[in-house]
Design a protein around this ligand. Structure first.
Ligand code: ADP
Ligand code: MG
Length: 340
């Protein structure tokens, strides 16, 4: 199975079955401990069950996103997350434990990589391989990564944006910034405070972003009714916001992403840069769904920008494809010794 261990969402893709699991990368624990909360039915509060608690947890519980910043903030909680997903998918599908490919943020350290491998092994995986997330995203987006021509992928996730130029099955240039979808949400929260004295939660701001958010003017402008708590009276209140003002408040994180893209381009070898004139840039990750983001990046770079098909599942599909090619390669290398 291939696993996309994302800052926001974890997806599992199995050969022949496609995406079999897609849940938030959230774990609920007893506050101040690493003890994962059990639900009344005995199952662990991980994924959807834990996400529902985000921002609504009573004092004794906290809902944690252990990969929020593209680094592993807590090994034990990350392990609980991986275990939950591997066990949930494993079932009776894999005799003797599955082979697992895990896409990890390109910024994580060797120690963190080791911890991911150990955790997956403890969770029952027979063999564990890691792949850098931008590589998996590019494979999932169908880019010709093994060829002698440059491909560029910009994966805008929740916690991080990963920008990479790939060629000959390797990463030639890569940069990861901690500006992505979460920062769009945060910019909306700050705007609501400043402009309306209204406190809103993360789930509400994400909904505003998805419903009326944009990076550039596209189509008709709209409005949305928003509910929150008045900062002065302390009481619940609602107000109406426009797509124009939301676009304006998103400009800062969006330009940070554009700068990372142009910086990566400036560092590329001239031959690779030349290829990109023809091949352009491909966007992946949930942030690629923000309206007009392709246009803004095209304007900033002068290159063609396209959005990958189904950008939210690119990385997971890429890991499964990578695992298939690993298996093919292995079976040609050791045709009789392999046990599937
Ligand atoms: P990660 O790989 O870091 O887990 P994802 O690629 O799953 O992240 O993307 C999650 C981010 O995409 C979140 O910030 C979410 O709000 C955002 N997102 C999802 N759908 C949309 C959409 N339609 N428009 C804008 N942002 C979106
Ligand atoms: Mg991702």
């Amino acid at each position: 199975m291939g696993i996309d261990l994302g800052t926001c969402n974890t997806l599992v893709c199995v050969r022949g079955e496609g995406i079999v699991l897609n849940e938030p990368s959230v774990v609920a624990v007893w506050k101040g401990t690493n003890k994962v909360l059990q639900q009344p039915d005995g199952s662990l509060a991980v994924g959807w069950a834990a996400k529902e608690m985000l921002g609504k947890t009573p004092g004794s519980i906290s809902a944690i996103r252990p990969l929020k910043d593209g680094v592993i903030s807590d090994f034990e909680i990350t392990e609980a997350l991986l275990k939950y997903f591997i066990n949930k998918v494993q079932g009776r599908r894999f005799m003797g434990g599955p082979r697992v490919v895990i896409a990890v943020p390109s910024g994580i350290t060797a120690v963190e990589k080791r911890a991911v491998i150990d955790s997956a092994e403890r969770a029952g995986a027979r063999r564990v391989y890691l792949i850098e997330e931008p590589m998996a995203a590019a494979i999932g987006a169908g880019l010709p990564v093994t060829e002698a021509t440059a491909s560029m992928i910009v994966d805008i996730g929740g916690g991080t944006t990963e920008v990479a130029i790939l060629s000959l099955a390797d990463i030639a240039q890569c940069e990861s910034v901690r500006t992505a979808g979460d920062d769009f949400d945060e910019a909306i929260i700050n705007h609501m405070k400043k402009a309306y004295n209204l406190m809103i939660g993360e789930q509400t701001s994400e909904r505003i972003k998805i419903e009326i958010g944009s990076a550039a003017p596209v189509g008709e402008e709209t409005t949305m009714e928003v509910r929150g708590r008045d900062m002065i009276s302390g009481l619940p209140r609602k107000t109406v916001v426009t797509s124009e003002e939301i676009r304006a408040c998103l400009q800062e994180p969006i330009s940070a992403i554009c700068e990372t893209v142009t910086r990566t381009l400036e560092r590329a070898e001239p031959e690779l840069a030349a290829d990109l004139v023809d091949n352009g840039i491909t966007l992946a990750g949930g942030g690629a769904l923000l309206r007009g983001i392709d246009k803004v990046i095209a304007d900033a770079t002068g290159l063609d920008v396209r959005i990958a098909d189904d950008p939210l599942t690119c990385v997971a599909r890429g890991t499964a494809t990578y695992l298939e090619s690993l298996e093919e390669w292995k079976s040609t290398m050791e045709s009789d010794r392999d046990d599937n």
